[in-house]
Design a protein around this ligand. Structure first.
Ligand code: PA5
Length: 448
């Protein structure tokens, strides 16, 4: 992947908006401090995702499981929420043929279909359970804490559904957990009932866990090349080993977005891939950026109410939806375009004689050519009116590129936490809602 940040600078925009070039020197000087902070936090057990590039034993274990037990099923049902679900959806969307579940066995090369039951909407849950054959399903319950109400409720519903269909003795054979190595209800159930359970390494939180067994197990089950994913992740980690800010793309991306927010009031950070296969990746990024950086207090306990608002958009579709706002609304956004060079497939737009003149220019071109031209034109149009943007170019959408992109965004988020001075790994803001839910549902100890 390649990162181009040119269109954040005043002299590449309208001469009025954007950064002066001197900002880079200023950020570079502060970068040593940021690096020291991250090194220190890492020693304290944070930034565990930095160790996910090399996981030989884990990969061996989960690919063996996927190639043996896993292939006895023709549907994988993933139960989880937030960081325990969004990464898997991003992987499947990017790296499996579109409309995977609608393909027949041969087109899926006999890999199973997959459903990620992210929410507890009773209509969606009922519909999924009506559609899936319980005799042919492997259920992967994913929860780092093992105590998330939504996931445990899904588990109880699905377990009952399984037991009703296959009987209480066979039901555990349809289950595999991904959870903490020691703590939590899922670990206890796994130990008590001999249910296979993969470990989420300590220090790796939900939204940073896509490249742990959280995302890798379902990925391996549906035939995604998990070794290539980690090879790509290592590329991003190697690029982040550079001490100079200009040579460290993730740190640069984070520093410039922090500065755009805090200096230029560009508080909305949009991720806009020009590929339907990256639609779910934009959703994954939204959670990563929002939950990691939206914080009331900084590391010193001072109240700051900081954090950018992330937004997802899809090119070219959202050119007919949100781009009007990006062009002419408030100057409060940075747009990250993700451009794909080779889509792996293209469609010729046929030339037709006897058509109105307005159609003629399209004939003989291709859809990929049109998509690329639209991305380029949108980026240039935004720059002309002083709108900030960044461009990430992916040569293609394959496991290695996606592994690199996912790790790049995780690194950027880790760096952004340091630029903002907040802890990117906690989420205290969602705890109160959880406690009130427990109280409302009558969980002992929460009645007050
Ligand atoms: O990113 C996070 O930490 C959260 O979004 C969690 O993934 C989410 O709350 C689910 O938590 P758990 O995996 O413990 O069930």
């Amino acid at each position: 992947m390649n990162l181009d940040c040119e269109r954040l600078f005043r002299d590449a925009l309208d001469g009025e908006h954007g950064f002066p070039r001197s900002l880079l020197d200023e950020l570079s000087q502060r970068f040593n401090e940021i690096q020291d902070e991250i090194r220190l936090r890492r020693l304290e057990g944070e930034y565990g995702f930095l160790d996910l590039g090399l996981q030989e034993a884990t990969i061996a274990g989960l690919t063996t499981f996927a190639d043996t037990a896993g292939q006895a099923f023709d549907h994988v049902l993933v139960l989880g929420i937030g960081g325990s679900a969004l990464g898997t959806k991003a992987l499947v969307n990017a790296l499996r043929p579109r409309a995977w579940n609608e393909l027949d066995d041969e087109a899926r090369e006999y890999f199973p279909r997959i459903t990620v039951l992210e929410n507890i909407d009773p209509v969606s849950v009922s519909a999924a359970l009506r559609r899936i054959d319980p005799r042919r399903v492997l259920v992967n319950v994913v929860s780092k804490s093992g105590g998330t109400a939504e996931t445990l409720a899904q588990y109880l519903v699905v377990r009952h559904w399984l037991e009703t269909a296959v009987g209480p003795e066979a039901a555990p054979k349809h289950l595999v957990f991904t959870t903490d190595p020691v703590e939590g209800a899922l670990r206890r159930i796994a130990d008590d009932e001999g249910i296979p359970a993969f470990e989420i390494p300590p220090g790796v939180g939900g939204r940073f866990s896509v490249l742990s067994p959280v995302g890798l197990l379902p990925a391996a089950l549906v035939g995604i090349d998990v070794v290539a994913l980690l090879r790509g992740a290592r590329r991003a980690l190697e690029a982040a080993a550079h001490e100079g800010l200009r040579d460290n793309p993730a740190a640069l991306y984070a520093g410039l977005h922090w500065a755009a927010d805090t200096r230029l009031g560009a508080r909305t950070h949009v991720l806009m891939p020009y590929s339907d296969g990256l639609r779910e990746l934009a959703e994954w990024f939204r959670q990563l950026w929002a939950e990691s950086l939206g914080k009331r207090v900084n590391r010193h306990g001072e109240i700051i109410h900081a954090g950018p608002t992330p937004l997802g958009a899809i090119g070219a579709t959202d050119q007919h939806s949100q781009v009007q706002l990006f062009m002419e609304g408030p100057h409060d956004k940075v747009i990250t375009f993700v451009r794909v060079e080779d889509h792996g497939e293209d469609v010729l737009i046929p030339a037709r004689s006897g058509q109105p003149e307005a159609l003629e220019y399209l004939g003989g071109k291709t859809l990929a050519g049109l998509l690329g031209a639209e991305q380029d034109a949108t980026e240039k149009a935004l720059a002309q009116v002083g709108r900030l943007s960044v461009r990430i170019t992916l040569p293609r959408v394959d496991a290695e590129e996606i592994g690199e992109l996912l790790m790049f965004f995780q690194l950027a988020t880790g760096y952004a936490g340091a630029w903002y001075g907040v802890n990117p790994f906690d989420q205290p803001g969602v705890e109160l809602g959880k406690r009130l839910t427990f109280a409302a549902m009558g969980r002992p100890g929460y009645s007050g």
